[in-house]
Ligand binder design. Sequence first.
Ligand SMILES: [Zn+2]
Length: 100
Amino acid sequence: MCEGPDFKSAGGHFNPANVSHGTESEEGPHAGDLPNLEVSDEGSIQKELTAERVTLKEGQENSLLKEGGTALVIHAGADDQESHPSGDAGARIACGEISR
Ligand SMILES: [Zn+2]
């Protein structure tokens, strides 16, 4: 799932409703779209956020616990919240698998 260095193995954005990318998109957002993170000059961040369009309840269409797995991916740049397919956010720089 999370095979570096490009993490493309994680696949596209989590999008069970087959809509468009971005919270600023009229036909979006993807269920897995998240807000941008502001990282300190030292490169660290501590942030708590809620992903309200997904669940960890198995068997539901928007469940992150599904066959084939899902992952949380961080891109290097800012997401413009409307460009396809991933907000023109640049390279994938971190990846974490979501599993039971
Ligand atoms: Zn997206």
